[in-house]
Write a protein that binds this ligand. Sequence first.
Ligand SMILES: *Cc1c(COP(=O)(O)O)cnc(C)c1O
Length: 384
Amino acid sequence: MSLSELQALERRYVIGTYLRNPVVFVRGEGTRLWDDSGVEYLDFLAGISVLNVGHCHPRIVAAIQAQAATLTHVSNLYYTEPAMRLSAALSESALGGKVFLANSGAEANEAALKLARRARPGGGIVVLEDGFHGRTYGALSATPQESKQAPFAPLVPGFTAVARDPEAITAAVGPDTAAVMLEPIQGESGIHPLPDPVLLAARAACDRTGAVLIYDEVQTGMGRTGTVWAYQGGPVVPDALTSAKGLGGGVPIGALITGPRLADTFRPGDHGSTFAGGPLVCAAALEALAICSDPALLTQVSQLGERLTGSLAELPHVREVRGRGLMVGVDLDVDAIDVARRALLDQRLVVNATGPATLRLEPPLTVSAAEVDEAVARLGKLLA
Ligand SMILES: *Cc1c(COP(=O)(O)O)cnc(C)c1O
């Protein structure tokens, strides 16, 4: 079907929650995408940090094909090997406690919020301004952005938003706080790494009061920042973290990973999900986690991240480059939304704007140095 036919279907039948770009993608491989006319694009968004392993990684394709032909679903009333093995691999890669599998980032965060309230019944949840944790009611209540929350009030009670500031966090957390939830690098608000003093204050406040420190690593995890999990490159260890996006190598999955203290907080019947932990997605996630945990790949993420941020900083109209590893935000003194649109349509470079000020670049972690240079050159042509 042509773009205009698809747009006609969308206008008539699709609830209009997305503003789509006028491009139809039909195929992907590594860092490359192809549209319905066979035109090739360089993908520096990776489905918003979903395709950390690149498009159609042979190990992901093989795992999905083999599992699809064997067993796709039974129900969490029974055992399957992929779910148990993935839970073990996730625990061993982070925090060492236990794992609840979910289907998305928002759902992983819902599980984390419920876990924190289970540990401290009735307790409050402290979140940070400009944070983003998802669109379901609990996750939305943790996302203190007027435009996203206001139309859907009333939200879940008990959430307090504070500035990204050590004193504000210290003051907000008390004996009735169940959790502090934060993104170690705020993604949707424009790639803002939280300064060490902020993270240290959150850790200290939770230690002082017994509240749970939850890291939302939905975007920062799976190798994106040069360590498997972003906390591993920072000053503190959280009590629990959530993952999704890159976890499935392209298929939908989320996870809550706890440390030992919270491992046995939930009881049978407290939480659940029909699809979660299904063998198809878990088989893919096992491969994705193995690929993204390769020390050689992680070293390359750090090196190519420096190459990317260094050359972006040299481009005209660039005011600031932020991020870690291959999670990069670029503040421009021209409209970033327009630049992202022209990058796609004129330069065949897929990036996005988190807002009018900031471009977001999150290529597959398997990107090459030549592809990094090519992407910067294409942006350079637009900004010249
Ligand atoms: C994308 C994102 C979410 C939401 O994930 P969904 O899978 O869209 O529900 C939550 N937290 C962070 C930090 C994210 O980047």
